[in-house]
Design a protein. Structure first.
Length: 361
């Protein structure tokens, strides 16, 4: 990717068309719009990745990957909150399913694909072990506190925290996430800096884009992500209908929507791994997983307390086993600072098991 000093036509046209499709579908709903919305969704994902890369070149690592992860997560939190409020009691498991699906998609699907794609082209890749270890430690604590511990508390029966417990877990999650961001971007920024590959990344010696171009990319990134989430929400009834027609569990809907929302980060991470920038892939993937829990849980805890909606967070036994397996394998496979195709294959097999046992529980 060469440094852009202007925007290609498609990069600003895609989010514009995506927003127009979203508005038109709200005013004039119809089944004939499903295909155009799907195409517009894919185009907006590509635009999101492009503008995120422009920002990353301007601000450098790890702030570049942090911008994309934070932007996607904020919009994802808004979408979950909106669906949770509108769904009422029927949406009691929505937050849990969405967060768990996002963590499994990121840690197994995205990271596994990054390792396989990178190994296919470069055989072995390296990254900063200190930064990845810090991210995995924080993520493990967040995942267990929010998705496993609720099943073992005694104040309320079931996978539910009391209001006081929910406040504590929400504050703890936010503290852990803010501390990680402080370490990543300020105190120990060098832990997350990639060893750039001059041979495969043209942006290493390229002049950064101007301030005007960077701010324009930031605005277009936000519009693109809004279009992605909006179109994904409008497409969700069609996805639900397809799932019902196939006789699959309704929890599959949450996975499909999570996949769509995480597409921009997934594309950007795989692209970085392909160009031998695995550290950037790790920053994107692990930062996104941390933001998914660290921002989503405190926000939804506030929504639950203020609206009185029940927030069921505890995973069932099968999901808990898969989560523990994922955390253990991630710690082992990313515990040396170097990766091969084997680690990627292991993560992808766990991801396949997650999808298979969701469809055939």
């Amino acid at each position: 990717m060469t440094t852009p000093q202007h925007f290609p036509i498609w990069s600003w046209l895609a989010p514009l068309v995506g927003v127009l499709l979203f508005v038109f579908a709200l005013l004039f709903p119809g089944a004939w719009l499903i295909a155009p919305m799907a195409i517009g969704l894919f185009a907006c994902v590509q635009a999101s990745v492009h503008h995120a890369e422009v920002i990353a070149i301007r601000v450098g690592e790890p702030m570049g990957t942090f911008v994309l992860a934070l932007a996607v997560t904020i919009i994802e939190v808004a979408l979950i909150t909106m669906l949770m409020i509108s769904g009422g009691e029927s949406a009691t498991f929505l937050a849990r399913d969405s967060v768990f699906a996002a963590v499994m998609i990121i840690l197994n699907g995205v990271i596994g694909l990054c390792l396989v794609v990178g190994a296919a082209r470069h055989h072995e890749q390296a990254f900063q072990l200190r930064g990845v270890s810090a991210a995995l430690a924080t993520l493990s604590a967040l995942a267990v506190l929010t998705l496993v511990l609720p099943n073992h508390t005694k104040s309320l029966a079931g996978p539910i925290y009391t209001s006081l417990q929910l406040v504590f877990v929400g504050i703890a999650s936010l503290i852990l996430y803010v501390t990680f961001v402080f370490v990543q971007t300020i105190r120990h920024r060098d832990y997350f800096l990639p060893e750039e590959s001059v041979a495969h990344d043209e942006s290493v010696h390229a002049a950064p884009p101007s301030r005007r171009v960077a701010w324009g990319a930031f605005g277009l990134l936000f519009v693109s992500l809004c279009a992605v989430v909006g179109l994904a929400k409008l497409l969700s009834p069609a996805i639900e209908a397809a799932v019902d027609w196939a006789g699959a569990p309704r929890s599959l809907v949450g996975i499909v929507i999570a996949l769509v929302v995480l597409l921009p980060e997934g594309f950007a991470a795989v692209r970085a791994a392909k160009h031998d920038r695995l550290q950037t892939s790790m920053n994107l993937a692990l930062g996104s997983a941390l933001a998914t829990i660290g921002l989503t849980i405190p926000t939804l805890a506030c929504v639950s307390i203020l609206t009185g909606l029940t927030l069921s967070l505890g995973l069932e036994a099968k999901e808990s086993v898969l989560l523990m397996l994922t955390l253990i394998v991630s710690t082992l496979s990313l515990g040396t600072g170097r990766t091969t195709v084997l680690q990627g294959a292991v993560h992808l097999v766990i991801f396949a098991a997650f999808l298979f046992t969701t469809i055939f529980p």
